[in-house]
Design a protein around this ligand. Structure first.
Ligand code: 5GP
Length: 182
Protein backbone atom coordinates (compact mmCIF):
# COMPACT_ATOMS: atom_id res chain seq x y z
CA UNK A 1 0.00 0.00 0.00
CA UNK A 2 1.44 3.35 -1.02
CA UNK A 3 -0.30 5.28 1.77
CA UNK A 4 1.73 6.36 4.82
CA UNK A 5 1.91 3.88 7.71
CA UNK A 6 0.46 6.39 10.16
CA UNK A 7 -2.50 7.34 7.91
CA UNK A 8 -4.88 5.63 10.33
CA UNK A 9 -5.00 5.88 14.10
CA UNK A 10 -7.00 2.71 14.39
CA UNK A 11 -8.27 -0.12 12.20
CA UNK A 12 -11.94 -0.66 12.95
CA UNK A 13 -12.98 -3.41 10.52
CA UNK A 14 -10.96 -5.67 8.27
CA UNK A 15 -12.21 -6.91 4.93
CA UNK A 16 -12.79 -10.33 6.46
CA UNK A 17 -15.02 -8.88 9.19
CA UNK A 18 -16.95 -6.77 6.69
CA UNK A 19 -17.57 -9.68 4.32
CA UNK A 20 -18.73 -11.87 7.22
CA UNK A 21 -21.16 -9.16 8.32
CA UNK A 22 -22.37 -8.59 4.73
CA UNK A 23 -23.15 -12.29 4.56
CA UNK A 24 -25.28 -12.07 7.73
CA UNK A 25 -27.14 -9.00 6.49
CA UNK A 26 -27.73 -10.61 3.08
CA UNK A 27 -29.30 -13.59 4.80
CA UNK A 28 -31.77 -11.32 6.63
CA UNK A 29 -32.53 -9.34 3.44
CA UNK A 30 -33.11 -12.54 1.44
CA UNK A 31 -35.61 -13.72 4.01
CA UNK A 32 -37.43 -10.37 4.34
CA UNK A 33 -37.87 -9.99 0.57
CA UNK A 34 -38.62 -13.60 -0.30
CA UNK A 35 -40.89 -13.75 -3.37
CA UNK A 36 -40.82 -9.96 -3.75
CA UNK A 37 -39.01 -8.44 -6.72
CA UNK A 38 -36.59 -5.97 -5.21
CA UNK A 39 -34.65 -2.95 -6.47
CA UNK A 40 -31.35 -2.53 -4.65
CA UNK A 41 -29.87 0.93 -5.01
CA UNK A 42 -26.18 1.51 -4.42
CA UNK A 43 -25.36 5.00 -3.18
CA UNK A 44 -22.26 6.25 -4.98
CA UNK A 45 -19.53 6.48 -4.48
CA UNK A 46 -18.96 5.34 -0.93
CA UNK A 47 -21.18 2.24 -0.78
CA UNK A 48 -19.80 0.51 -3.85
CA UNK A 49 -17.41 -1.91 -2.08
CA UNK A 50 -19.94 -2.96 0.57
CA UNK A 51 -22.67 -3.17 -2.08
CA UNK A 52 -20.78 -5.71 -4.18
CA UNK A 53 -20.01 -7.80 -1.07
CA UNK A 54 -23.68 -7.81 -0.14
CA UNK A 55 -24.96 -8.55 -3.64
CA UNK A 56 -22.83 -11.66 -3.92
CA UNK A 57 -24.90 -13.23 -1.13
CA UNK A 58 -28.38 -12.10 -2.24
CA UNK A 59 -29.86 -14.47 -4.79
CA UNK A 60 -33.39 -13.03 -4.81
CA UNK A 61 -35.12 -11.75 -7.91
CA UNK A 62 -33.69 -8.22 -7.90
CA UNK A 63 -32.30 -5.51 -10.08
CA UNK A 64 -29.48 -3.18 -9.14
CA UNK A 65 -29.37 0.55 -9.68
CA UNK A 66 -27.03 3.41 -8.82
CA UNK A 67 -27.57 6.88 -7.41
CA UNK A 68 -25.08 9.53 -6.50
CA UNK A 69 -25.59 11.43 -3.26
CA UNK A 70 -23.27 14.22 -2.21
CA UNK A 71 -23.32 16.41 0.85
CA UNK A 72 -19.64 17.12 1.55
CA UNK A 73 -17.99 20.00 -0.22
CA UNK A 74 -14.24 19.84 -0.92
CA UNK A 75 -11.86 18.73 1.83
CA UNK A 76 -14.23 18.85 4.79
CA UNK A 77 -15.15 16.11 7.25
CA UNK A 78 -18.62 17.43 8.00
CA UNK A 79 -21.75 17.32 5.90
CA UNK A 80 -23.07 20.54 4.38
CA UNK A 81 -26.59 19.34 5.19
CA UNK A 82 -27.57 20.03 1.57
CA UNK A 83 -27.93 16.73 -0.23
CA UNK A 84 -27.72 16.50 -4.00
CA UNK A 85 -29.18 13.33 -5.54
CA UNK A 86 -28.48 12.18 -9.09
CA UNK A 87 -29.94 9.08 -10.72
CA UNK A 88 -27.13 7.50 -12.73
CA UNK A 89 -29.54 5.81 -15.14
CA UNK A 90 -33.28 6.05 -15.21
CA UNK A 91 -35.05 3.20 -13.45
CA UNK A 92 -38.57 2.23 -12.41
CA UNK A 93 -39.57 3.36 -8.90
CA UNK A 94 -43.36 3.21 -9.00
CA UNK A 95 -44.71 0.22 -7.01
CA UNK A 96 -41.19 -1.14 -6.48
CA UNK A 97 -39.74 -2.32 -3.17
CA UNK A 98 -36.52 -0.35 -2.80
CA UNK A 99 -33.51 -1.15 -0.64
CA UNK A 100 -30.95 1.66 -0.41
CA UNK A 101 -27.39 0.56 0.33
CA UNK A 102 -25.31 3.22 2.12
CA UNK A 103 -21.69 3.36 3.28
CA UNK A 104 -22.40 5.28 6.49
CA UNK A 105 -25.31 7.07 8.13
CA UNK A 106 -24.09 10.16 9.95
CA UNK A 107 -26.51 13.12 10.31
CA UNK A 108 -29.17 11.13 8.46
CA UNK A 109 -29.83 13.90 5.91
CA UNK A 110 -28.78 11.76 2.93
CA UNK A 111 -31.03 8.87 3.91
CA UNK A 112 -33.92 11.18 4.65
CA UNK A 113 -33.53 12.83 1.25
CA UNK A 114 -33.37 9.45 -0.52
CA UNK A 115 -36.36 8.05 1.34
CA UNK A 116 -38.39 11.18 0.43
CA UNK A 117 -37.30 10.88 -3.19
CA UNK A 118 -38.43 7.25 -3.51
CA UNK A 119 -41.69 7.85 -1.64
CA UNK A 120 -42.52 10.91 -3.74
CA UNK A 121 -41.98 8.78 -6.85
CA UNK A 122 -44.49 6.15 -5.73
CA UNK A 123 -42.35 3.26 -4.48
CA UNK A 124 -44.14 0.45 -2.66
CA UNK A 125 -41.61 0.42 0.19
CA UNK A 126 -38.17 1.79 0.94
CA UNK A 127 -35.61 0.57 3.48
CA UNK A 128 -32.00 1.35 4.31
CA UNK A 129 -29.03 -0.97 4.66
CA UNK A 130 -25.78 0.65 5.79
CA UNK A 131 -22.29 -0.66 6.42
CA UNK A 132 -21.69 1.83 9.24
CA UNK A 133 -23.90 3.84 11.56
CA UNK A 134 -22.86 6.82 13.69
CA UNK A 135 -25.97 7.29 15.87
CA UNK A 136 -24.37 9.95 18.08
CA UNK A 137 -24.23 12.36 15.12
CA UNK A 138 -27.83 12.04 14.06
CA UNK A 139 -29.72 15.25 13.22
CA UNK A 140 -32.84 13.67 11.74
CA UNK A 141 -34.58 10.51 12.80
CA UNK A 142 -34.26 7.81 10.13
CA UNK A 143 -35.25 4.20 10.44
CA UNK A 144 -32.36 1.92 9.41
CA UNK A 145 -33.44 -1.65 8.78
CA UNK A 146 -29.98 -3.25 8.37
CA UNK A 147 -26.80 -2.02 10.06
CA UNK A 148 -23.36 -3.52 9.55
CA UNK A 149 -21.58 -1.90 12.49
CA UNK A 150 -22.18 1.01 14.86
CA UNK A 151 -19.26 3.36 15.39
CA UNK A 152 -18.55 6.38 17.57
CA UNK A 153 -18.08 9.92 16.31
CA UNK A 154 -14.82 9.45 14.39
CA UNK A 155 -14.02 10.23 10.77
CA UNK A 156 -13.37 6.94 8.99
CA UNK A 157 -11.83 6.13 5.63
CA UNK A 158 -11.37 3.07 3.45
CA UNK A 159 -13.66 0.44 1.92
CA UNK A 160 -15.28 3.08 -0.30
CA UNK A 161 -15.13 5.92 2.22
CA UNK A 162 -12.98 8.89 1.21
CA UNK A 163 -11.38 12.00 2.54
CA UNK A 164 -11.35 14.60 -0.23
CA UNK A 165 -11.85 11.83 -2.83
CA UNK A 166 -8.87 9.69 -1.84
CA UNK A 167 -8.39 6.54 0.29
CA UNK A 168 -11.53 4.79 -1.05
CA UNK A 169 -9.43 1.83 -2.27
CA UNK A 170 -8.04 0.89 1.16
CA UNK A 171 -9.45 -2.62 1.80
CA UNK A 172 -10.49 -1.98 5.42
CA UNK A 173 -12.19 0.70 7.52
CA UNK A 174 -10.03 2.81 9.81
CA UNK A 175 -9.99 6.13 11.65
CA UNK A 176 -8.02 8.80 9.83
CA UNK A 177 -5.09 10.36 11.70
CA UNK A 178 -6.03 14.06 12.13
CA UNK A 179 -2.58 14.99 10.85
CA UNK A 180 -3.85 14.10 7.34
CA UNK A 181 -6.89 16.35 7.58
CA UNK A 182 -6.18 19.72 6.03
P1 5GP B 1 -25.25 12.04 6.32
O1 5GP B 1 -26.10 12.65 5.25
O2 5GP B 1 -25.88 10.90 7.05
O3 5GP B 1 -24.71 13.09 7.26
O4 5GP B 1 -23.93 11.56 5.65
C1 5GP B 1 -23.86 10.55 4.80
C2 5GP B 1 -22.60 10.67 3.97
O5 5GP B 1 -21.58 11.44 4.61
C3 5GP B 1 -22.03 9.32 3.80
O6 5GP B 1 -22.62 8.66 2.72
C4 5GP B 1 -20.55 9.61 3.61
O7 5GP B 1 -20.29 9.88 2.25
C5 5GP B 1 -20.32 10.86 4.43
N1 5GP B 1 -19.71 10.54 5.75
C6 5GP B 1 -20.29 10.60 6.96
N2 5GP B 1 -19.43 10.23 7.94
C7 5GP B 1 -18.28 9.91 7.30
C8 5GP B 1 -17.02 9.42 7.77
O8 5GP B 1 -16.74 9.17 8.96
N3 5GP B 1 -16.08 9.21 6.81
C9 5GP B 1 -16.30 9.44 5.48
N4 5GP B 1 -15.30 9.20 4.64
N5 5GP B 1 -17.48 9.89 5.02
C10 5GP B 1 -18.46 10.11 5.92
Amino acid sequence: MKYPKDLMNEVLFTRKQIVARAKELAKAIKKDYENKPLTIVCTLKGAVFFFTDLMRYIDNDCNIEFMKASSYIGNTTTSSGQVKLTKIMDFEIKNRDILIVEDIVDTGYTCQEMINFFQENGCNSVKICTLLNKPSRRKVDVDIAYVGFEISDKFVIGYGLDYNEIYRNIPLVGVINPKYIK
